[in-house]
Design a protein around this ligand. Structure first.
Ligand SMILES: *Cc1c(COP(=O)(O)O)cnc(C)c1O
Length: 385
């Protein structure tokens, strides 16, 4: 399917709504049946019918169809946040007594799900360095049911070899889930490498303007229907029709935004790698990166996130650099129009949230500003450090 067709046409039935170019927001929680027979049919096939919006909603369906197609999946189900999608996908694959192998240092709240929640329900989790397939093999137990991936990972941008992990999981009857938020569906399609379920925090690139939250799980019709009838209807983390509409709008410009972000990030990274106050930039699209070749093989392009280690002996120097930036906002998240930094040392405030990464690491997100404008800002902040 052509990208332009998916983004501009797929799922949109304009003849049903006055040939409007933008789809209507069907702001209704409820859908009526004409006859008892009709209602019985809907009860039996709720996954394909409009009955109640914690279930299907026509505006949300348009978004789901587009996301499934972008990931090369049969089907998708949307959620009110990325974590709603991740929690539902993970819970759908495990029960008490099962074991999960999870890549080390996934997104913070995915880690919380693995470390704090799953053990409460009798599910054990082993975290492994995902760079080497051997680590997955060594962590396997007879009761391992799920391999959970995030490639590249959220702070250190380490990759897992998706086709190798997927093939190994299939040999061992394990399901694979990947958080593909980093790459967006434009820069990496894990299903093509044999991964079973792909989740996104749509809050990031799909929305693209830091003004809406949502998530999605893409996969086979069988897996998605299982999640729909189970975790989705039961835990109830639904996406609102209005927010689905904002995501459809976000998708219209996703290709131009990703192209811009990818090009600007290369410029900003090249500036930083040669700066004497920068120790190292963690970015798998640098030819010197140990996973450069793997990145080229399984991803189409880079995104806007990378991390660096500053040449700083004390935390105050890092603070000085971060506080001096005028145009990079200091915040969590990424994927919007605005460039961001996230100093790792900010997590040191509480034992609960503290990262095991060093204080001189800062994560960056390059947004839609002119790269020269951002580089000028970096230059003056590095001078002050
Ligand atoms: C933000 C994020 C999430 C969580 O998404 P929400 O929409 O905030 O719930 C999951 N994974 C990654 C990699 C993220 O960056």
């Amino acid at each position: 399917m052509d990208l332009a067709y998916i983004i501009n046409e797929l799922g949109e039935e304009r003849e049903q709504y006055f040939e409007a170019v933008a789809p209507p927001i069907i702001q209704s929680s409820n859908f009526a049946s004409k006859t008892v027979a009709d209602m019985r049919y809907k009860m039996k096939h709720e996954e394909d019918e409009y009955m109640y919006s914690r279930g299907n909603n026509p505006t949300v369906t348009i978004f789901e169809k587009k996301m499934a197609a972008l990931e090369g999946a049969e089907h998708a189900v949307a959620f009110g946040s990325g974590m709603g999608a991740i929690a539902a996908a993970v819970l759908s694959q495990v029960k008490a007594g099962d074991h999960v192998v999870c890549v080390k240092r996934p997104y913070t709240w995915a880690k919380n799900l693995m470390r704090k929640f799953l053990p409460r329900f009798g599910v054990e989790v082993t975290m492994v360095d995902g760079k080497d397939i051997v680590n997955f093999k060594e962590a396997m137990r007879p009761n391992t049911k799920l391999l959970y991936l995030e490639s590249p990972t959220s702070f250190t941008f380490e990759l897992q070899d998706l086709s190798a992990v997927a093939a190994f999981a299939k040999e061992n009857n394990c399901v694979t889930i990947i958080d593909n938020s980093f790459a967006s569906p434009l820069h990496q399609n894990p299903i093509a490498f044999g991964i079973d379920l792909v989740v996104h925090s749509c809050t990031k690139y799909i929305g693209g303007h830091s003004d809406v939250m949502g998530g999605v799980v893409c996969g086979s019709r069988e897996h998605i229907n299982q999640i729909f009838k189970g975790e989705f209807l039961t835990l109830g983390a639904v996406l609102s029709p209005h927010d689905a509409w904002l995501f459809i709008r976000g998708l219209r410009t996703l290709p131009v935004r990703m192209e811009r972000v990818a090009a600007s990030t290369h410029k900003v990274v090249s500036y930083l790698t040669q700066h004497p106050k920068v120790e190292q930039v963690l970015f798998p699209f640098l030819p010197t990166h140990p996973q450069y070749e793997l990145a080229q093989r399984q991803m189409r392009d880079n995104s806007g996130q990378f991390s660096l280690y500053l040449k700083a002996a004390r935390m105050e120097q890092v603070d000085k650099f971060c506080d001096s930036l005028k145009h990079f906002l200091m915040a969590a998240s990424w994927g919007g129009h605005e460039s961001l930094i996230f100093p790792v040392s900010a997590t040191y405030a509480s034992e609960e949230m503290k990262s095991d990464l060093p204080f001189n690491m800062v994560r960056f997100y390059v947004g839609l500003e002119e790269p020269e404008y951002l580089i000028k800002d970096l230059e003056q902040a590095l001078d002050k450090m």
